[in-house]
Design a protein around this ligand. Sequence first.
Ligand code: NOJ
Length: 740
Amino acid sequence: MNALVAGMPHKQQDIAQSVQALLGQMTLVEKIGQMSQVEASHGYAPEYLGDRLRAGLIGSVINVVEVDVLNELQRIAVDESRLGIPLLIGRDVIHGFKTVLPIPLGQAATWNPTLVEEGARVAALEAAKSGVNWTFAPMIDISRDARWGRIAESYGECVLLTSELGAATIRGFQGDDLAANGSIAACAKHFAGYGAVESGRDYATTNIADTKLRNVYFRPFNAAVDAGVSTLMTSFSDLNGIPATGNRYILTDVLRGEWGFEGFVVSDWDSIRQLQIHGLTENDRESAYAASTAGVDMEMAGDAYSNHLPGLVEEGRVSEESIDDSVASILRIKFELGLFDNPYTDPESLPEFANERALQVAKEAALQSVVLLKNDHGALPLAADELSSIAVIGPLADARYEQLGTWIFDGDEELSVTPLQAMRTLLGDSVELRYVRAMENSRSRVNDQFDAAVNAAHESDAVLLFLGEESILSGEAHSRADIGLPGDQVELVRRVRAIGKPVIAVILAGRPLTLSDIVDEVDAILYAWHPGTMGGPAITDLVFGKASPSGKLPATFPRVVGQIPIYYSQKNGGKPPSKDTVVHIDDIDTFAPQTSLGMSAFHLDTCFTPLFPFGHGLSYTWFGYENIRVSANEISIGEEVVVSVELGNHGDIEASEVVQLYTRDLVGSLTRPVKELKGFQRVRLAPRETRTISFKLHTDELAFFGRDGKRTVEPGMFHAWIGGSSDAEQRTEFRITEHR
Ligand code: NOJ
């Protein structure tokens, strides 16, 4: 056995040997061909890409999803090129394919890794049926700025939740065996720090201290590597002065050196040539040099590599060994996908698009993603049998396309079931629905239908407002500086409110919106994100109490945009605000002291707390937490402590609750966040049931990267909370000591 394969499992040994054998036959130009991905949606690709394929100049194509076209591209690559290397077929399959699941931020609100994994599997099966074998998901950029349009594609602000859901998504796409029919390679993106772009402007700069990179932004990527993700994508953004696509520290030193990543790294779209625009390089040739020596293995949709790498190797500036490393990691994924055995797709061998199971998973994901933000006096659920009419008002009640959200290239709008449609189906003729769209779209300032909306509300027994933002208002390059309800929606709420009936708002959006303008104007708010194909039936089940809401916020909801960044795991600072220093006006603690009394980290014009905290989400029952306990008051490094609580369902319905464990490391050699999520469990309790919920916590889970850049647990006192949000009140404590 040679050194190359010692210690590898059998299949991996075979693959490693095959890769080396193939590499040995390749010319430099063919190698660089494997490192090039090309856009293939400009007409009939086999025609205009045929010659380059035959010459072995293309390793991957992007943006074709016609299975016949893709099979033909594979045939040319395999049968008509010298070495017959099959293609990677890339596509952004972000939250579903034909069947659309909730946006990732909505899926994060389920706090349900199993369901997220099932959703990714549904997407993989549908994408694979079209010939796609590589998706550019999950996006696991920690997102703490709701102005950033791409927060919609993220799993929110929390390191643990993002890491767990990212890994679940990867498992769903890749399955146990990448070569199995229906598995596709995943791509964790965007490495690294993209979510921290200044003021939420997409593509802007980031400045992130190394300890923060390591303790926050890197962590989901490290988890993705541990979960076996095949590929990673670089970020468009500048990171501490070195744009991610040219950043050797992150792409080579950390990713490969420290984490042992063996897949390959793809640039983002043309981001290699953009190194020049950033001002890092003078021209495309230097950009190719910077990216390739940094550790970017494949160029997406640009020609810097194909034009310049051959010359750079001939000059000796880029070594052929480093080219070989890149090509080997690309070929390895092609072997793992089984493409050398069979590059073709037989659509008949995979389940139908939008089959019953796919729609059921999409509905369940939507159902569990919806967050009940408030519910005064039990305004929800509505009792259908006590109503004879309902006013259904707003631009998003019947908007098939808009409810799908961002990144739905292949999503089938025709499959969407809107809330209005679903309510009609559920209620039949027994309840009259008075539908008034009221606004052409969420941004509209034309309010000539408002009178009709008010009249409908006046004449009906209940009022449902479907508000929010269209899909176009979030996603890539769709950031907003003001994240309130756009257009004249606030005015619509006020006009409807004025008639004095209970008002229920259902909000569809791609981000946390600032809701301070309407939160006191409505009795209940269901926050439904962009819920996807089956959003309508899911929302309808919740509105009429066929199911109880169980979603929890994956991101903090600010009161006003000026509070951003606001997130639960912030640092304490030396003059932290506290509830005691808040001035209470009419029992509402929303105002900071406008005098010198405060002297703490307040904004003068708003409270320091968010409107809704991370982890928040109500239910139609009432869950109570009592008797938090620790199994030991003191443990030493390397041991475990069990933290438990009694959770009671104090209502009359069976319902689910996401129980959350947070800790605080009170003193650290680097200051530590005021709270960190360390565990969560989605549990279902019968009416009046009480159950003990326990979390095992190993001291490793309390480690962090300290001053010396090493990940260590520091002895000392820890607080632990268990509750239904990051505002959990049940608290206990324990001490960690040095090894016994
Ligand atoms: C640019 C986006 O940043 C990235 O996330 C996406 O995968 C590529 N374009 C391909 O469409």
